[in-house]
Design a protein around this ligand. Structure first.
Ligand SMILES: C[S@@+](CC[C@H](N)C(=O)[O-])C[C@H]1O[C@@H](n2cnc3c(N)ncnc32)[C@H](O)[C@@H]1O
Length: 243
């Protein structure tokens, strides 16, 4: 059988050009500065850590870091950056993870929470986070604002090349889904990865967090000087009870 492309696991191939396209050292610095104002303690779990730039930066600042991600290829790149081998990188699903340890704070950065495709999945995530935090521990994440869906009402297309790999990145809005269709061209057939990010109501998310034992505080980056996170909410959820 053959077709123009085969369905691949997300980030299986995108990982090869992810840092070249998405890497943003200045953005990581600003994100870390924001985190330093809200994290508690020193033992931190970076959920959906990807290629690990944020994990590594926090580790260099003295935090005791664990990074968890679903994608082996993304984790391999992250591990390669951790020259001192002091970060624990784990392949796992943030919806079902069970690490049998507790962290002072948990982070999930750069719209990774938007990969939760239903309120049930968000509930699973928040339950897992609750289980891995002590009382008073915090969970910090960013989340696309609804404006993102309007912004991509007019689809966005970008083409480029990273080394031998050509890419076409298409983003379209299909509420509540923000769909990224990424076509990669190297040798042979094009490879297509379709990433769907879901944008649910902020009020629903706040309510779920409260149900799952958190008190939450929401910041609009538009109100914070120098924060680069366009059109995302920054949500700090502090654990106030077990569930
Ligand atoms: C946009 S990238 C962000 C990576 C990293 N947090 C950063 O700031 O660069 C999203 C990441 O979420 C991961 N991911 C998506 N769904 C996941 C899940 N259910 N469990 C763990 N990781 C997941 C992907 O593998 C990918 O590495």
């Amino acid at each position: 059988m053959g077709g123009l492309s085969e369905k691949t696991l997300n980030y299986q191939h995108l990982s090869e050009i992810y840092d070249a396209i998405m890497g943003d050292p200045e953005g990581v610095k600003l994100y870390v500065a924001m985190l330093q104002n809200v994290l508690v303690g020193s033992k931190i779990l970076d959920l959906a850590c990807g290629t690990g730039d944020l994990t590594l930066k926090l580790s260099q600042l003295g935090f005791d870091m664990t990074g968890l991600d679903l994608s082996e290829p993304m984790l391999e790149i992250a591990k390669g950056k951790d020259e001192e081998k002091i970060i624990s990188f784990i392949c796992g699903n943030m919806l079902t993870f069970e690490l049998n340890e507790v962290f002072d704070s948990i982070v999930c950065a750069n719209d990774s929470v938007n990969y939760c495709s239903s309120l049930d999945q968000l509930t699973k995530l928040f339950k897992g986070v609750n289980r891995h935090l002590p009382m008073g521990g915090v969970f910090v994440f960013d989340y696309h604002q609804k404006a993102r869906l309007e912004e991509f009402g007019d689809p966005f297309d970008e083409e480029g090349r990273v080394g031998d790999i050509g890419y076409h990145w298409h983003i379209e809005s299909d509420p509540p889904v923000l769909r990224h269709i990424i076509t990669l061209y190297s040798n042979g057939y094009p490879i297509i990865e379709t990433h769907e990010q879901f944008v649910f109501d902020l009020m629903d998310i706040q309510e779920l967090l409260r149900e799952q034992g958190f008190e939450c505080e929401v910041t609009d980056p538009a109100d914070v000087e120098n924060l680069y996170l366009d059109e995302k909410w920054i949500i700090k959820a502090q654990k106030e009870r077990d569930v």
